[in-house]
Design a binder for this molecule. Structure first.
Ligand code: AMP
Length: 186
C-alpha cells in the first residue's frame, strides 16, 4: 500500500515514517534525499543548497524525479514523507503510481498547533543544528505549507483517502492511531 504523510514541518512526519519503515515500509523522504545531496556536495546539492537553507521548496520536477528513481513496480508498502507538497507533485505521484497500476491508498495528515511546531523546531535547531530550522527559514516553511501543501487536503479528501490525526500526543499514541488506520487497508 502507498501511504502519504502530510503535516507541517516538525509535525512528526519523519518520526512516524521511520516507525513505519521498522514495520517494513519503504521510507521515501524527499527532505532526506535533498539533504544527503547537499551534504555530499554533489552538483545537485550545490544547486539546491540556497533554497534548502532558506526553507523554499525546490522544483516539482526535481523532487518527482528523485521519487521516480527510487520507485519500482516491485514495491509493496511505501510511505511518502514530505512528498507530495504541491498539487502538481500529487498529480505526478498519481501518474507514477498508475504506471504500476497502484494508487495513494491513504493520506495521513498530522495536525499540530503552530505554538508547538515552533517550540519543536527551535529545540531541533538548538539540538541538531539543522540549518533550515532557523527562524527565517522556519517562517517560510510554515508559509509554504499553508499556501501550497494544505491544498492537498481537499485533493485527497475528495478521493476519500484523507485521514486527519492529532499529532500533538506522545509519539507512541500517534503511531498507534496511524497503525489502526493503516491496518484497515492491509
Ligand atoms: P523536510 O525534511 O521534508 O522538511 O524538507 C526539507 C526541505 O527540503 C524543504 O524545506 C524544502 O526546501 C525541500 N523539500 C523537501 N521535500 C520537498 C518537496 N516535496 N518539494 C519541494 N521541496 C521539498
Amino acid at each position: 500500500m502507498n501511504v502519504v504523510l502530510l503535516g507541517p514541518p516538525a509535525s512528526g512526519k519523519g518520526t512516524q515514517a521511520k516507525l513505519l519503515a521498522d514495520r517494513g515500509f519503504l521510507h521515501l523522504s524527499t527532505g532526506d534525499m535533498l539533504r544527503a545531496e547537499r551534504n555530499a556536495c554533489t552538483d545537485l546539492g550545490c544547486r539546491i543548497a540556497t533554497a534548502l537553507d532558506a526553507g523554499e521548496l525546490v522544483s516539482d520536477e526535481l523532487v518527482t524525479e528523485l521519487i521516480r528513481q527510487r520507485l519500482s513496480g516491485q514495491h509493496v508498502n511505501v510511505v511518502f514523507d514530505g512528498y507530495p507538497r504541491t498539487v502538481k507533485q500529487a498529480a505526478s505521484l498519481d501518474s507514477l503510481l498508475a504506471s504500476f497500476a497502484q494508487t495513494v491508498d491513504v493520506a495521513i495528515a498530522l495536525t499540530v498547533d503552530t505554538h508547538l511546531l515552533l517550540s519543536r523546531m527551535t529545540k531541533r535547531y538548538c539540538e541538531q543544528g539543522r540549518s533550515d530550522d532557523n527562524p527565517d527559514s522556519l517562517r517560510r516553511r510554515l508559509q509554504s505549507y499553508d499556501e501550497m501543501t494544505s491544498q492537498l487536503f481537499p485533493y485527497y479528501r475528495k478521493r476519500g483517502v484523507l485521514v486527519e490525526i492529532d499529532g500533538m500526543p506522545q509519539v507512541d499514541v500517534v503511531s498507534s492511531q496511524i497503525a489502526a488506520h493503516i491496518g484497515r487497508y492491509q
